[in-house]
Design a protein around this ligand. Structure first.
Ligand code: DTR
Ligand code: CA
Ligand code: ZN
Ligand code: ZN
Length: 438
């Protein structure tokens, strides 16, 4: 270490720095966009949707080859989707019902915020038939709706309307789960539903692009999206009553949705329009071959992005990130010159699941010659994340927010900022340590 004449950091300087830091933290919101203008939907990463399909395939494989109502593979599917939504900050509810002597489950996920009297809902059935894993029917819809919900959370989207997502049980037995949900919904609550968007089979291997023609506003929203892609669409003619949107339509809720086809054969005119072959849209419909190889990636990607477009457009919100959960320790901790490491601790409580991949770690260390310092974040289980290792040379102080991928760590527990001065002469102290969870 070069011997430098340390610039004495006055308390006033530190207070000013701290105040600036605090002010930034307090007013960390960006200028809110024009609430009247709908924010643009993010791209839904196809890779993420396909990973969910791979996970659902694994669940089926581990549970007798299917994810059917009343079988272990279905409950495992519910638990899988629920865990991801809980970790993302959703308020989830598992609704039980009985059908055919077996217990069925619906999963409902509410995104906190928005007008509770205007609820935009999107859903898909999560069950397969017993003869196969049901990756297109209907892992495709379930995975795309899941990834759209996760995109809402990642973006900190604050819709004008309240967003709710649903994954239905026992659709293959006759829309049983969605019928049960609607039947249990008080009339006043049904009236708050501004729309229900349904996605059942949206990745068929020989795809068509069908749009439900039930509600004109929703239909137009989807048709405009595909027109923007230069992809022609057709009205879904066989859909009435054939999937979960019927449960909502039957009680007067505006509905819409997308479909890429099942066992019907694609006509030559449709082949001209969409490509593919004049064979079944999905030759593995309700069969054991409805696996992860029974998916057309382009159709799945386009439909996933169309779902996000419809959610953002029909919910009309801004992108002001929600305030995170903040845990802070502002007690000064002196750092021994060229001595033992010291720590500042924050005890995180009330955060569900694991920490995020973008955990904000606020560090405020007042110390001349910051290059003396080794600074680590220590997770509750003792895992160490290096924040600064003898970097910065003769510059003073470390006042910085680090972003740490702490997604493998359970959120709740005692987190520590550990600081060690590894060279003599320059000295200082920990002034603040802050963790912000989305
Ligand atoms: N009943 C759905 C498949 C299905 C058949 N026609 C349509 C139309 C619109 C949506 C879905 C469907 C199933 O087997 O899950
Ligand atoms: Ca995409
Ligand atoms: Zn089916
Ligand atoms: Zn289906």
């Amino acid at each position: 270490m070069n011997i430098s004449v340390p610039r004495r950091v006055t308390k006033a300087t530190a207070v000013a720095a701290l105040a600036a830091l605090a002010l930034a933290g307090l007013t960390g919101t960006t200028a809110s966009a024009n609430p009247a203008a709908a924010a643009a939907a993010p791209d839904i990463p196809l890779a993420n949707v396909k990973q969910h399909l791979t996970d659902l395939q694994s669940i089926a494989t581990a549970n007798g080859g299917n994810r059917a109502h009343g079988r272990t593979g279905y409950k495992a599917s519910i638990d899988f989707v629920k865990a991801k939504l809980d970790a993302a900050g959703y308020t989830t509810t598992v609704q039980q019902f009985t059908s055919g002597g077996s217990t069925g489950y619906n999963l409902i996920a509410d995104w906190p915020g928005g007008d509770p009297n205007q609820v935009l809902m999107a859903g898909s059935h999560l069950d397969s038939v017993s003869s196969g894993p049901g990756i297109n029917d209907n892992g495709s819809g379930s995975a795309a709706v899941l990834e759209t919900a996760l995109a809402v959370a990642r973006s900190g989207y604050q819709p004008t309307k309240h967003l709710r997502f649903g994954w239905w049980g026992a659709e293959e037995l006759g829309l049983v789960g969605s019928k049960y949900y609607v039947a249990q919904l008080p009339t006043a609550e049904r009236a708050k539903l501004s729309g229900y968007l349904n996605f059942d089979m949206i990745g068929s291997p020989n795809p068509g692009y069908f749009v439900y023609d039930d509600d004109p506003t929703i239909e137009t929203t989807f048709k405009n999206y595909f027109a923007g892609l230069g992809v022609p669409t057709e009205i879904e003619t066989e859909g009435d009553g054939r999937s979960d949107h019927a449960s909502f339509k039957n009680v007067g809720v505006p509905v819409g949705g997308l479909f890429t086809g099942a066992s019907r054969v694609k006509s030559s005119a449709q082949v001209q329009k969409w490509g593919g072959t004049a064979t079944a849209f999905d030759r593995c419909y309700h069969s054991s071959c409805d696996t992860t190889s029974n998916i057309n990636d382009t159709a799945l990607d386009r439909n996933s992005d169309a779902i996000a477009h419809a959610i953002w457009t029909l919910s009309a919100g801004t992108t002001t990130p929600p305030p995170g959960k903040v845990f802070e320790n502002t007690a000064d901790v002196s750092v021994p010159d060229n001595g033992a490491a010291v720590t500042s601790t924050v005890n995180v409580t009330g955060v569900t699941g694991n920490a995020p991949s973008n955990l904000a770690v606020g560090v405020d260390i007042v110390h001349t010659y910051r290059g003396d310092l080794v600074v680590d974040l220590v997770a509750p289980d003792g895992s160490v994340y290096s924040l600064s290792n003898r970097s910065g040379g003769s510059a003073d102080n470390i006042v910085q927010t680090f972003t740490v991928n702490a997604s493998s760590e359970v959120a709740n527990g005692a987190w520590k900022l550990r600081v060690q001065d590894k060279a003599s002469v320059d000295t200082g102290y920990i002034s603040g340590f802050k963790l912000t969870f989305p």
